[in-house]
Design a protein around this ligand. Sequence first.
Ligand code: CO8
Length: 629
Amino acid sequence: MPPKDTRIAVLGAGNMGSGIAQAFATAGYRVAVRDLTDKELQRGRDAVERNLNRSLERGRIDADKKAQILSRIEFTTDLTAAVAGTRLVVEAIFEDPKVKQALFAELATVVPKEAIVATNTSSLSVAKLFEEFPSPERCAGLHFFFPASVNKLVEVIPGPATSPATMEFLVSLCYGIRKIPIRVRDAPGFCVNRFFVPFLNEASRLVEEGVANIATVEAAANELLGTKMGPFELMNVTGVPIAFHSITTLGNAFGEYYRPSRILKEQFDRGEKWNTEGEVHPSAVDDVKARLAGCVIGIASRLVEEGVATAEETDRGARIGLAWKKGPFELLNSLGSISGYEHVDKLHRRWGVTFPVSPRLAEIAISNENWPLSTVRYDKEAPIAWVLLDRPEALNALNSSVLKDLAHAVTQAAADPEIRVVVLSSTSGNFAAGADIAEMVKKTPADSLAYTTTGHAVLRQIETLDKPVFAAVDGYALGGGLELALSADFILASEEATLGLPEVSLGIIPGFGGTQRLTRLVGPARAKMMILSGNPVKAPEAYDLGIAARIVPAERLREEARNLALTIASRAPIAVKLAKQAVDGGREASLPSGLALERQLATYTFTTADLREGMTAYLEKRKPKFQGA
Ligand code: CO8
């Protein structure tokens, strides 16, 4: 995460710009907000103040915190002054490509060379916006969701020339300001609006066609998605014109199905809000749900197939950005793939090529399977397998799905001969904040036994893997999260990491091996100090205690983990495997037994071709080429 003295400039003090500035300032960054006139700036300042006053009234912040946040934001009409010394510029002016491009042309002459430039857009092509910008590798899209000060979702969109370093910076900065970023391809509507805006349009079409009245559509949509506000109420809050313009843009890109319904256009022309009053007709609810589900699942499955986003990130976008209880794929899996497919196919038969059915969806329905969703990402970068916890919205809390997905990923790494080292880490800035408390609280004693048994089995699978596996830990590694890391061969931690076993503060004890593995690692006194107090330690103390084998600056964690993994992978595979066995096998044994084990394993290495290769290479002053034989 970029350090807190990083300066950020936000261009535009409107609703989005002021909300974005507030989010950065709340996280501790200094922000310069620039707009053309003092009047615009005053409006932005008032908006931030109003938001903060609301947080103050709700007891989320105190007066001191409010003052601190405000003191971190300066308002200026001077572009040069606003961007001087900044590491990031976020443009958040209105959605007009010509005006945005003109601002970028001006910005190019004054922005520091190393600064990253992001555009906050919900509908414009990132590639086009930056096509004239002199250093497009430092440019990307950052689509904040309304209201930007509160909504945690941010779509991060690379242009064709955006460098991986720029993407990494933006993603990690989003986590740093407590947002949940999803990586999305530069395509019309990006990910979330691609299915959300047609969902609003489909709702209006249902009314236009007389399938149901507005009140029934509202009730059916809320039932389907577990929301509190239906599509019409949402349009009233965010603005009918925004819905109309967004669907018009999508219609231009994707054709007939996406064109605005007649009544949406009329409502827009009249400049009126929807009247959501009325009686709910239960007999129409199922038809409405089927149509809305078909719309959302049909579009989401297409966009995933086109590579716009992954299914997991699409679901996350819906849950975090739209507050749906289920994303499109979770919805599909809950309906069953056959019935989900039928809803989509019905719309396809009516709208033809502008509403195509994803072949993958058809395949899944034929085999009556679920759309595969995982809470653990498996990134193969042979010889390294990255097993990355991927549930950032809950700080990777280990629920039953995570345990199952972890076991699956580890099995995959174990079976792949190209993988020599496994790195356990996470996709976000946090390793794991423990077992999932929301899931645990509902468990009976019998459930909890099953849960700890599964936890023990998965962690033991990691511990006994016959390939080296280490944990690269950033952010929180608490409770089950630390216990998971302790099941690896060792922990490489970021200097910012926080490690602890706080279970006793919840009325339980560490149940994923923490009482045993931590004690074996650091001795009973130090283990008890941590377990009985429940107090976490920062990484430097964890290093002193012997929990972390090494600590590195947070921004270098991934690189250091990769270097270390590559070094281990470059050594003789059988020797590495046997060395791990010797250490693990000897830990519980008496010294003579441990030495006997070491003798036996060391002797075995003399039967391997790798030993001959290693020693010959040394004598010939060249690098060895190990075969693992
Ligand atoms: N379980 C479920 N959800 C969690 C967890 C968790 N362990 N940790 C964080 N989350 C969720 C939060 O609820 C929140 O969700 P939402 O946005 O929907 O409200 C989201 O993650 C972000 O968390 P916060 O807003 O709390 O983030 P903060 O930066 O303010 O705080 C903390 C971060 C300090 C890590 C805080 O989240 C926290 O204290 N978490 C709980 C830590 C904890 O107590 N962990 C131990 C759990 S017990 C355990 O691991 C036992 C393992 C063995 C089980 C076997 C027994 C049968």
